[in-house]
Design a protein around this ligand. Structure first.
Ligand SMILES: Nc1nc2c(c(=O)[nH]1)N[C@H]1C(S)=C(S)[C@@H](COP(=O)(O)O)O[C@H]1N2
Ligand SMILES: [Mo]
Length: 319
């Protein structure tokens, strides 16, 4: 069978499944360097996964009207300054250590209050969904931000396919739990596996996407390959990486960060300059790559699209 090069494929033909059928193994690339470095007492092989050279291009993509016109951060900034505690708590740890994550094969369990539960291959999960580029601001609860050109598709489209029951009020997401592949999980930094959740209307909102790539290429492992959530009006930690399960529930899920510190992290975690984190203000943020501070906007600048989801709610109590 002839495999089309991305340039020969019309945008309408590009589906996530196409990419995953064609993607090559890149673990053995010669460009990769291996070294032994100590990380907080653990001896781990270190190898930076550099997005520019290792990753499959996703071809030409539909440009989303939901994209910001702000200038995206560089691929180096986006792939070398990360939060992914499964690979360590340092910002540079994920780029160094995420190479031990094995994303092939990958499966996602769909469970709970849903008509079509089951364990699906990544290919099955992604197959019908055309991919688009969505440039979003990401605002971390630590008061920095980035602009990232994601590649993905609306989570709502996937949810409709699997048909939640009328009892489904929330969606819970779970990251892979495997200390062999994720050295950060050999320590009790967080209560593993990492879990996040959304109310079903938040999950169905057209701004909420599942991402499979960035800068036109498949996701680097440090950014949550092969599949991660992106919810642009919430603090970055809601955007859970390397998802292996999506569960529909009647009860509000307990997210990892609110379990670890309920005083500091709530379920909603909407970006809100009016509600300070107990240890710091949320009124300003530093865009990675800049020195000056920017004002943090309510709902990270997406208020017009999402504020109605919370009408009548006290967002100081429901932080
Ligand atoms: N499984 C998992 N998902 C995660 C995290 C994590 O530690 N583990 N960190 C979160 C935080 S705090 C942020 S700010 C974003 C960072 O995404 P990025 O590294 O792709 O910019 O991922 C989120 N998703
Ligand atoms: Mo974050």
């Amino acid at each position: 069978m002839l495999i089309k090069r991305p340039d020969d494929i019309k945008p309408s033909e590009i589906t996530a499944e196409g990419i995953y059928r064609q993607r090559r193994h890149f673990l053995g690339t010669a460009a990769a360097t291996t070294a032994l470095l100590a990380t907080g007492g653990l001896l781990l092989p270190q190898r930076e996964v550099v997005a520019a050279t290792d990753l499959r291009p996703l071809g030409s993509l539909t440009k989303s009207p939901f994209s910001t016109t702000e200038k995206p951060n560089s691929v180096e900034e986006i792939t070398r300054y990360n939060n992914f505690y499964e690979f360590g708590t340092g910002k540079e740890d994920p780029a160094k250590y995420a190479h031990t994550l094995n994303t092939e094969p990958w499966s996602v369990t769909i469970a709970g209050e849903v008509e079509k539960p089951g364990r699906y291959t990544l290919e099955d999960i992604l197959q019908p969904h055309p991919l688009e580029e969505r440039i979003y601001r990401l605002r971390c609860v630590e008061a920095w931000s980035m602009v990232i050109p994601w590649v993905g598709f609306p989570l709502a489209d996937l949810i409709k396919r699997f048909t939640p029951t009328s009892r489904a009020r929330y969606v819970e997401f779970v990251t892979l739990h495997d200390p062999e592949q994720m050295p950060g999980q050999r320590r009790p930094t967080l209560d593993w596996p990492y879990v996040e959740g959304l109310r079903i209307d938040e999950a169905m909102h057209p701004l909420t996407i599942l991402a499979v790539g960035l800068y036109g290429k498949e996701l680097p492992k440090q950014n949550g390959a092969p599949l991660r959530l992106v919810v642009p009006w919430k603090y970055g930690f809601k955007s859970i990486k390397s998802i292996v399960a999506i569960r529909f529930t009647e009860q509000m899920p307990v997210s990892t960060w609110s379990r670890s510190n309920p005083r500091e992290y709530g379920f909603y975690s909407n970006v809100n300059p009016e509600v300070r984190h107990p240890r710091w203000s949320q009124q300003r943020e530093r865009r990675i790559g800049e020195f000056r501070k920017r004002e943090t906007l309510p709902f990270n600048g997406y208020a017009e699209q999402v504020a109605h989801l919370y009408s009548g709610m006290d967002l100081k109590k429901n932080f």
